[in-house]
Design a protein around this ligand. Structure first.
Ligand code: TXA
Ligand code: MG
Length: 545
């Protein structure tokens, strides 16, 4: 079968919409864009057409399809006893990523509903697709357009990869705006029950419905023989070929766990902030840790993309369950067969950064005085160069001859990378993959429940993402110049040159959670102020969590 591709820009493109609708009317299969994911559509009242959906997807026939309609006025045609709540939800959220389970009317074939006497109804927020359905004049049964078991399709290219040659047509409507499937609410039970978290957050449903129960299949793997209310929730789903492990906890916690535990080469699904910490892994980012809408848009593409690689294991960071996080986390967990690791470690990790001479050490000492485990990254680096066999081996492999008698010849290494940007980049990559791992392991192994990481490149290296709270330490330029002269025994011109070579204060202020202004004339005064600051900082971060 040759698949016909449509690119329909507007719901006023009547001729194109009519040719797409004709495929549906004559019982063909048409992939349609929606705001959530692409659907594999057919006339939901035509049993033969519906059968072809199951065949094209390789989907078990007990797994019901949902009907797509152009507006809420079609509800009464295909459902019986439509409760008032359905119209209230439609008013609030349709067109949009919400599917309602309602009692079906007799005209809806059991083949469509997988033998159930209820039917899922959805009005997608995609003007072209609504126009096609209206022109076809039939409700469109449409599961997600992926091959059964694979991650859902959020681009026309994904649909082509799974369905080319197996269906009559694909309407290319661009990338899906939401990226995870619709939220499914069962309105045939009291209280209404969430069967699948999706593009419409649970909090929004509750704002209209009041109490909403959570189906067990949303949060856990059902045991053999247990029947979820949404039959599709029982199947392994969304899975790339390599096994997936989901790591839960705050972003900092899952980041620390991953950095301490995953081997080089493993596949990783990460929030953007963590990518710099894993230069030797196959990384897919899904957006900032704070941007769940972006995570929803990108999660399926990330899962799919590993099938073009030879990674043998995949680990994923998981957002918390608020808002769209519930849906993103559910898709990741389903892809993992609910294989999860809880990275909660009960620690508070404080990151310290700022320009040289700003006086980070005062704050580090104050934290140590409170019992914190401390990592001074400069000292840590030189210590690892002496003691870390894996780091040394990688450096020796890249720069043969720098290791003599188990000791790294730092001077020789220095001459090899000096003036050679490519060599420096090679060394940087090695260090960037070893140091954060060593730091994360050391923090995890320490008994202390507070740890402090002091790094001038805390932000650039990505280490800041592993911290629960970050502190910028600042001091006026003149103070810094005097401190550098005294500390490093250099003259004023050199001290000023060093200060000029640094990022300005705003860089640190804008990127850290707290600021410690260290303009104190003596170390003793600085440390007294730092102790006070640290006391409040730790109390504050405890209250937050
Ligand atoms: O966003 C979406 O909902 C996408 C787009 C294409 O609209 N569609 C979609 O369909 O995700 P599908 O078939 O991949 O997932 C529908 C889920 C399945 O888990 C199915 O078991 C469940 O909805 N479902 C359908 N009808 C049901 C019913 N009457 N009772 C309980 N669950 C039902
Ligand atoms: Mg699906």
């Amino acid at each position: 079968m040759t698949t016909q591709y449509f690119k329909i820009k507007s719901d006023r493109d009547a001729a194109q919409i009519e040719s797409a609708a004709a495929i549906l009317r004559r019982g063909g299969l048409l992939a349609i864009p929606t705001e959530t994911v692409y659907g594999l559509g057919a006339d939901g009242l035509n049993e033969d057409a519906v059968l072809r959906i199951f065949e094209a997807k390789g989907r078990p026939q007990d797994n019901p399809l949902i009907l797509h309609i152009p507006d809420a006025s079609w509800l009464a045609r295909y459902c019986e006893d439509v409760p008032d709540a359905a119209y209230r939800l439609a008013d609030a959220f349709w067109p949009g990523p919400l599917t309602m389970i309602l009692p079906k009317a007799p005209m809806v074939p059991l083949r469509t509903t997988g033998g159930l006497d209820t039917v899922g109804m959805r009005c997608p927020d995609h003007a072209v697709t609504r126009a096609i359905i209206a022109a076809a004049g039939v409700p469109v049964a449409a599961p997600s357009a992926n091959t059964s078991g694979r991650p859902s399709c959020t681009t026309a290219a994904h649909v082509r990869a799974d369905m080319d040659g197996r269906i009559d047509g694909v309407v290319d409507g661009g990338d899906c705006a939401v990226g995870v499937e619709s939220t499914i609410i069962d309105l045939t039970v009291t209280p209404p029950r969430l069967l699948r978290p999706g593009g419409l957050p649970l909090e929004k449903l509750r704002s209209v419905l009041g109490e909403v129960a959570l189906d067990k299949a949303v949060t856990q793997q059902l045991s053999a023989g247990e029947q979820p209310r949404a039959p599709g929730m029982k199947y392994r789903h969304y899975a790339p070929r390599a096994p997936v492990t989901v790591v839960t906890g705050t972003g900092a916690e899952s980041g620390r766990w991953l950095r301490a535990h995953v081997p080089d080469g493993a596949g990783l699904i990460l929030f953007d902030e963590f990518a710099p910490l894993f230069p030797a892994n196959e990384v897919r980012t899904i957006g900032s840790r704070r941007d769940k809408a972006e995570q929803a848009r990108r999660v399926f593409d990330a899962l799919r993309s590993f099938d073009d690689t030879d990674v043998t294991e995949i680990y994923a960071q998981c957002p918390d369950s608020e808002g769209l996080g519930l849906a993103v986390g559910n898709r990741l967990k389903k892809a993992a067969g609910f294989h999860t690791i809880d990275a909660h470690d009960g620690k508070c990790v404080v990151g310290l950064t700022g320009q040289t001479g700003a006086g980070k050490t005062s704050v580090l000492r104050a934290l140590a005085a409170q019992g914190a485990f401390t990592v001074d990254c400069d000292a840590f680096y030189y210590e690892r160069l002496r003691s870390d066999a894996a780091l040394q081996a990688d450096i020796e492999a890249a720069f043969p001859g720098v290791l003599c008698g188990g000791e790294l010849d730092r001077q020789k290494l220095g001459t090899l990378v000096f003036d050679d940007p490519a060599a420096l980049a090679r060394l940087d990559r090695i260090v960037r993959s070893h140091l954060p791992r060593a730091a994360a392991k050391a923090v995890a192994a320490s008994e202390a429940n507070v740890a402090a990481i002091d790094a001038i490149k805390l932000i650039e290296s990505g280490l800041a993402a592993l911290c629960d709270v970050t502190v910028a330490i600042t001091a006026p330029e003149e103070t810094r110049v005097r401190r550098i002269m005294a500390r490093d025994c250099i003259d004023e011109a050199h001290a000023r040159a060093r200060v000029r070579a640094q990022k300005d204060e705003a860089f640190y202020r804008e990127r850290c959670d707290a600021v410690f202004e260290n303009a104190y004339p003596s170390a003793a005064e600085a440390e007294a102020a730092a102790r006070e600051f640290v006391y409040h900082l730790l109390r504050g971060s405890k209250e937050e969590s």
